[in-house]
Design a protein around this ligand. Structure first.
Ligand SMILES: [Zn+2]
Length: 331
C-alpha cells in the first residue's frame, strides 16, 4: 500500500466519521442524555422513535407524531372524565387552566388578563370559564388571547371566547392563515411581531415567532412572581415533530430553538411552562404546587440551566429528524 493510498483512506475515513456524527441516532442520543422530568415528555413528542423504524428506512419515512398534536380535534365532545382536570395557581400572577392533556395559561395583570391558548372548544366552559371563576378570576377580564399556534388543542375555544368576552386575539401572520382555513374560523384580529412586547397594566410579556411546529408558532417569556420574588417563565410554543415535518420546517425549528435558547438565557428564564401537560410532567407538578407548604420551593422554578437543557433537547430531536431526512438515520 502506497503512502498516497493510505493518506486517501485516512482522509476518507476522517470525512466519514465527521459525517456519521450528524446522524439521527447521534442527535437523539444527545437529547436522551439530557432527559429528566423537566423535558422528557417534550422529547417523546419531538424526537423520532428509532425502534419503530424498519431497518434503514428511506429518508423521512419514520413514524410521525405531529398529526396527533394538531388537527382540529375530535368532532364530538369526548366524555368529560377522559379530559377534565383541575387547574390552579402556579405563581402569584400565573394560573394553569388545564385538561389532562393541554394547558392554557392566565396571566393576571393590574389591568386584566392575558390568556395564552384556549384548549379544545369542548373544554372552554369547564376549564376556561368555570376554571377561572373557581380561581377567583373573571373571564370577562380577558383582554388578550395569544395563541401559540393554530391547532385545535390550543385555539379550539378562541371563537367562543372572542364572541363572548371580546378580547383582542393575537396570532402570528402565518398562523392566522392556518386559522382561516378552519371550518368555522374566528375573526382575524392582531398579528404578532417577532420580539413584540405585549403590555397590559403592570405586566409585559414578550412574544417570539419561532416557526417549526407550524409556520408561525409563537413562544413566550412571561414575568412571574412567587410570593413576590420575580422569575421568568419560558414557553416553547410548538414542540411535536414527525416524519411529515418538512425539511424547511425542521431547519427553522433548529435555528429558532437555538435563537430562543439564547434569548431565554439572556432574559434569565428559570421556569418552564408548556401547552401540553406531558412536556414537563405538569399535572404532577401542579399537584405538588397545591400541596406546597410555607417555605417549600416552587416546583416550577427549575433554574436557568434546565431551561437551556429543555430547548437543547427539542433542538437535538429536530436535528435527529433532519439527519433522517438527509439520509443519515443511523451511526
Ligand atoms: Zn400543535
Amino acid at each position: 500500500m502506497t503512502c498516497r493510498i493510505l493518506l486517501a483512506m485516512l482522509i476518507l475515513s476522517a470525512g466519514a466519521s465527521a459525517q456519521t456524527a450528524d446522524t439521527g441516532t447521534a442527535h437523539k442520543a444527545a437529547a436522551t442524555a439530557l432527559l429528566n422530568s423537566n423535558n422528557i415528555g417534550a422529547a417523546h413528542l419531538a424526537c423520532p422513535d428509532f425502534s419503530a423504524l424498519p431497518g434503514a428506512a428511506p429518508a423521512g419515512r419514520g413514524p410521525g407524531r405531529a398529526a396527533g398534536a394538531g388537527g382540529r380535534g375530535p368532532a364530538a365532545t369526548p366524555a368529560r372524565e377522559t379530559w377534565y382536570a383541575e387547574g390552579g395557581p402556579v405563581f402569584d400572577n400565573l394560573y394553569m387552566l388545564t385538561t389532562k392533556a393541554n394547558s392554557a395559561w392566565a396571566v393576571k395583570t393590574s389591568e386584566g388578563i392575558i390568556l395564552i391558548d384556549t384548549l379544545f372548544g369542548y373544554a372552554a366552559q369547564d376549564e376556561i370559564v368555570d376554571g377561572m371563576k373557581k380561581l377567583g378570576l373573571d373571564p370577562a377580564d380577558i383582554k388578550y388571547i395569544v395563541v401559540s399556534h393554530a391547532h385545535g388543542d390550543h385555539d379550539g375555544a378562541v371563537k367562543f371566547l372572542q364572541e363572548t368576552y371580546k378580547p383582542k386575539v393575537i396570532l402570528s401572520p402565518e398562523d392566522w392563515k392556518l386559522a382561516a382555513r378552519q371550518a368555522n374560523p374566528y375573526t382575524h384580529d392582531l398579528e404578532a411581531a417577532d420580539g413584540e412586547k405585549l403590555t397590559l397594566g403592570d405586566t409585559t410579556i414578550t412574544i417570539y415567532i419561532t416557526p417549526g411546529h407550524t409556520g408561525g408558532t409563537l413562544s413566550f417569556l412571561i414575568p412571574v412572581k412567587d410570593h413576590g420574588v420575580p422569575h421568568v417563565a419560558m414557553e416553547w410554543g410548538g414542540t411535536a415533530l414527525g416524519a411529515n415535518t418538512s425539511k424547511e420546517m425542521l431547519q427553522s425549528y433548529i435555528s429558532n430553538a437555538g435563537r430562543f435558547k439564547d434569548i431565554a438565557d439572556g432574559a434569565g428564564a428559570d421556569v418552564i411552562i408548556g401547552n401540553h401537560t406531558e412536556y414537563n410532567d405538569a399535572l404532577a407538578r401542579l399537584d405538588r404546587t397545591k400541596a406546597r407548604k410555607a417555605g417549600d420551593p416552587n416546583p416550577w422554578v427549575v433554574g436557568k440551566p434546565e431551561v437551556t437543557k429543555y430547548l437543547t433537547v427539542v433542538q437535538e430531536c429536530a436535528k435527529s429528524w433532519l439527519a433522517i431526512d438527509e439520509g443519515h438515520p443511523f451511526n
